[in-house]
Design a protein around this ligand. Structure first.
Ligand SMILES: [Zn+2]
Length: 63
């Protein structure tokens, strides 16, 4: 069964100023930061930031 609503918690960095936000990545790859529509600088594009800390929930892509 596909999980259409299976979002992944991640971190996202603003592509304009580099600010880091808590974010969710949707199954279609879209990254949306939590709690607001865009960065405080006005940008709305974000790059996913890989967390290098131990991740107790694991990453299904695991490398
Ligand atoms: Zn920004």
């Amino acid at each position: 069964m596909a999980h259409k609503d299976d979002v992944t918690r991640t971190l996202a960095a603003c592509t304009a100023c580099g600010s880091i936000y808590a974010a969710r990545q949707w199954p279609d790859g879209e990254i949306r930061i939590i709690g607001q529509d865009g960065c405080s600088c006005g940008a709305t594009e974000f790059d996913r930031v890989e967390e290098s800390d131990d991740d107790p929930e694991g990453d299904p892509e695991g490398r």
